[in-house]
Design a protein around this ligand. Structure first.
Ligand code: C2E
Ligand code: MG
Ligand code: MG
Length: 547
């Protein structure tokens, strides 16, 4: 058990008092023994002691108590006050640690801990335990000096969470703090002794990494970025965040700490405003080469080197026997050289890199429409969930349409059910904005998620596309047939049109006709077409309606 401060001083003064009494008693004894005859007994001495004590003890007690009172007022009371304040502070900062009250008992040990903590606070960030800006700037200065002396190279990495205020606003600051703590932990994990990490401000973090080769640092930054964008689980809630990363290299991008920090800041700004979430500082802003980590680099290069293409699969209008629209599907021009395209899309989605890819897809589709110059041809593009959380998407689409002189009704957007179910409010708001622009929306892979038809009524959706897993076997599988038919009927009662995908045989075609399905898509109609086959296809189909 830890002794309380006031008790400690009481004990000290009691011991002091008894010590004084003992010294006085001993001196009395010796003077008594010297002045009296030896025949006097111990009893006589005790009587003599008691008579003397009657006035000596109060005389001794007065200065001791006075001294105690003086010390209590000037030292003990202020110390008690400090420790109590500290107790409140610690409880306020760590409410969950309330049960650990033992260490909050005011005591000398605690006081020592408190001052240690105060010392730590001047160097550390209270929330994450990382270094703060003061220490980080010192380290940066030291690194620059060390670099000048020994030729070592360093990368200064600034990291910022995109729209962090939204996490705080929507989920509360307590959860926001949880995200910051976890992010700090991820940043510190696996750092080498020579590296430093700090929290500079609210959602701004910084890393100082020593490196030897440029490739090494681009890979390392890439890994850190991927690690930071993985889902966070805070108090049982799954949270996804986006981060922007700006990197400046010493000595290439700044020979002193200030210039280096300025360069990293500029790179961060470009990452926040541009398409790519990781940016290295560029000496000349018109420099053509995109520096960045390997995944970004490979995607940038693929787009810049024109390694992607779109193929177009027709969707047939069953009533009018005409092509309603073409679905644009992404492909590698040279698939042998690359991973399957689904993996590329998935990887880009996982790493928040889908935005530039989607831009390229929408732009290519619009370019195609401009080339075809046929107002009744429509193209559908597939969007990813990440796109639907991007508030700037409607504006971007608007600009692309304007640039290529494409009418909004010539573009359809296919989204999967699962996409809407994640953060539905935000997604629905963006869908409404797209719809208000005159773009038709379609729910893809319908039946594979949890969205009910009544739920869809809240959405500005024009069509649903029944997933091919129900369509493929509907001739032999009665259950699938029932699901398809019920979905068509229900959708029709809600005024929503139905596309069936994965139609591979005439038997399925027939069955869907009987069920009054509106549109079909699949290998039975056509495999996806190359762009130069579109007009040919239209000629063969003859009628193109604007339905
Ligand atoms: P999805 O949007 O449901 O696309 C339909 C997929 O089914 C396409 O595969 C298409 O080639 C295939 N398909 C069409 N008819 C048949 C058929 O009769 N039988 C069979 N077995 N398959 C058929 P693909 O092109 O491999 O695309 C797969 C998925 O990848 C797409 O599913 C879509 O979710 C995604 N995807 C494709 N292109 C893009 C894109 O440009 N952007 C995004 N975000 N995702 C895309
Ligand atoms: Mg689709
Ligand atoms: Mg589909």
């Amino acid at each position: 058990m830890r002794m309380k401060l006031q008790h400690f001083f009481l004990v000290v003064f009691a011991i002091l008092f008894f010590l004084l009494v003992a010294i006085w008693s001993l001196s009395l004894f010796f003077s008594y023994a010297a002045s009296q005859e030896a025949s006097r007994s111990l009893g006589d001495f005790l009587l003599h002691w008691a008579l003397q004590a009657l006035w000596v003890i109060p005389l001794l007690l007065i200065p001791v108590v006075g001294l105690y009172a003086l010390l209590f007022n000037t030292l003990i009371r202020p110390l008690l006050k400090i420790t109590r304040n500290m107790q409140h502070d610690v409880i306020a900062q760590h409410p969950l640690h309330g049960r650990d009250k033992g260490y909050l008992t005011p005591g000398l040990k605690l006081l020592q801990q408190y001052f240690l903590r105060l010392k730590q606070l001047t160097k550390h960030d209270a929330l994450t335990g990382l270094n703060n800006r003061i220490i980080f700037e010192e380290r940066l200065q030291q690194a620059v000096l060390e670099g000048r002396r020994s030729g070592r190279r360093y990368a200064l990495v600034f990291i910022d969470i995109d729209d962090f205020h939204q996490v705080n606003h929507e989920l509360g600051p307590y959860i926001g703090d949880g995200v910051l703590r976890q992010l700090a932990k991820r940043l510190s994990n696996g750092l080498r002794e020579t590296d430093s990490v700090a929290r500079l401000e609210e959602d701004n973090f910084a890393l100082l990494l020593e490196y030897a080769e440029q490739d090494q640092i681009t890979n390392l930054v890439g890994k850190i970025y991927q690690y930071l964008t993985r889902n966070y689980t805070v108090y049982g809630r799954k949270i996804r965040i986006k981060v922007s990363v700006g990197v400046a290299l010493y000595p290439d991008h700044g020979q002193d700490a200030d210039t280096l920090a300025l360069s990293a800041d500029q790179a961060l700004l470009r990452a926040q405003k541009g398409e790519w979430p990781v940016e290295f500082f560029k000496l000349h802003s018109n420099e053509a080469v995109h520096q960045g980590f390997s995944l970004i680099q490979s995607l940038v290069q693929a787009i810049e080197n024109d390694e992607f293409k779109l193929v177009y699969q027709p969707v047939m209008d069953l009533q009018h026997h005409s092509t309603s629209y073409f679905e644009a599907l992404l492909r590698w021009k040279d698939p042998e050289q690359h991973d399957p395209i689904e993996n590329t899309i998935e990887l880009a989605e996982k790493n928040q890199l889908i935005k530039p890819l989607t831009n390229w897809i929408i732009e290519s589709a619009c370019k195609q429409l401009q080339l075809l110059s046929h107002p009744s041809i429509k193209i559908a593009v597939n969007l990813s969930m990440i796109d639907l959380h991007d508030e700037q998407l409607p504006e971007r689409v608007h600009h692309i349409l304007q640039n290529y002189g494409v009418m909004p009704r010539q573009i359809l957007i296919e989204i999967t059910e699962g996409q809407i179910m994640q953060e539905p409010e935000q997604v629905i708001a963006i869908l409404h904005r797209l719809s208000a622009m005159g773009i038709a929306l379609l729910i893809d892979d319908f039946g594979t998620g949890q969205a009910s038809l009544t739920y869809l009524r809240k959405l500005p959706v024009e069509k649903i596309k029944i997933d091919q897993s129900f369509v493929k076997d509907m001739v032999s599988n009665e259950e699938d047939r029932t699901i398809v038919e019920a979905t068509i009927n229900l959708a029709h009662t809600l005024g929503i049109k139905v596309v069936a995908e994965g139609v591979e045989s005439s038997a399925i075609h027939e069955l869907l006709m009987q069920m009054h399905c509106d549109y079909i898509q699949g290998y039975y109609i056509s495999h996806p077409l190359e762009q130069d086959q579109i007009l040919n296809w239209c000629d063969q189909q003859q009628v193109l309606t604007a339905s």
